[in-house]
Ligand binder design. Sequence first.
Ligand code: UD1
Ligand code: CA
Length: 461
Amino acid sequence: LKAIILAAGNGKRMKTNFPKVLHTVSGKPMLHYVIDACQNANITDITVVVGKDGEKIKAATPYDVNFVEQAEQLGTGHAVLCAKDNIDPTDKVVILYGDTPLITSDFLQNLLAFQEKNEAHGVIVATKIPDPTGYGRITTNANGDFSAIIEHKDLASHQQNINDINTGILLATGSELLYGLIRLENHNYQNEYYLTDVPKILKNSGYSVLVHNVADYTQFLGVNSQKQLEEAATALRQRIINRHFENGVQIIDSSSVYIDSTVEIAAGVTLHPGVILQGETKIGENSTIGAYSQLANSVIGKTTTIRNSVLESAIVGDHCQIGPFTYLRPGTEIGDYCRIGDFVEVKNSVIGNHTTAAHLAYIGDAEVGDRVNFGCGAITVNYNGVVKNKTIVEDDAFIGSNVNLIAPVVVHSGGFVAAGSTITDEVPQDAMAIARQRQTNKEGLAKKFKKPKKATKKSKK
Ligand code: UD1
Ligand code: CA
């Protein structure tokens, strides 16, 4: 079984200036869902028909598929004909649309089984949909057998409310598909060569064409407009959330949680309201992601709590407490049992185990060891306006509050940096570094800096 995925349409109704099939749902381009469904159904020979935006689609689609160009968009039938060199007369072909991202591999396997059981030359797929606007409708003859697919724009007024729609998917034997394709005509409202006329041509020539009915219409939601993109995304979001429920993830309010299809979450994880998990994010067992946290491409270990924080391409170990209001930027790697608290920003830094930066710190381009304490307001001064420099803080070091570590600089293990110090030189092992002006007290001078006190009225009793 081979697959042809149509992705050459102009996507005019999207009103954007990039290819329709690259619009994303739950973090992934629509076309990629269709390719994934094929590959998961063990269909390895896949041809994608692309149009004038083909180069963009190819560049954004790192899959092992063939691309064929349809130079002019003369309709879905014409698009399939452009891929005729990839149609083997002795093999079966399934034709899918790049704008129906909810299609599943289970469905594709069932479709093939249906075709094989009935030995049909062609199988079209029908479903009932609440709002059939824009879809082709399936008509039957007096015996209830398939008769034709009529495109929405070609419907007679009495046919408008047929809600048995054509999902657009066609499975056919190769030689019969070619037979139908070369006989297509474009005498219709849109003057296009409709793929959807192929089943009628086959039927009228005595080939067997069957309708495979599928109850769950959400799999076939087609995306032609921004509104339909949101509808498809909503259906997909629910599917993703249900998968995590089944895997033992607790989601306190699923209506406010957004999880990309690529995210992996272990059992026992709790997601609080407003959580957004994106890209290749992975969350380990029994961790908690607190309200309004946004994690992109980040890996969280086991039994870690993240509260109200933003993480981008960051790695956090087991048993950590992150947040509230922590910002972990790309290249952050935090070990186990760490506490990174409010208004701490970490970037491109590796932090060991049992290390704490409880509040108001900036750690950038640093290597920080185990059991280090970063005091309130301590920062790495990693940028001199020209280059970024590295800070190394070894195990068991203590960085007092409001310390500037002017990189490149090393604080060796067990080093102690006094609060308020600006450190420009290496701090030896177990040394105490203090780098600030000594305090002098001038007796009585404070009065000079204060306004004279007004005479206070005596309160009446
Ligand atoms: C199509 C079907 C309709 C079905 C619906 C399901 C046709 C004529 N109609 O309508 O019966 O109910 O899908 O979602 O097939 N494309 C090309 N080249 C072209 C035209 C389109 O590659 O010349 C591609 C598009 O990129 C898209 C797919 O084919 O991925 C479907 O085209 P679209 O214009 O969206 O068809 P619909 O009007 O949705
Ligand atoms: Ca469509």
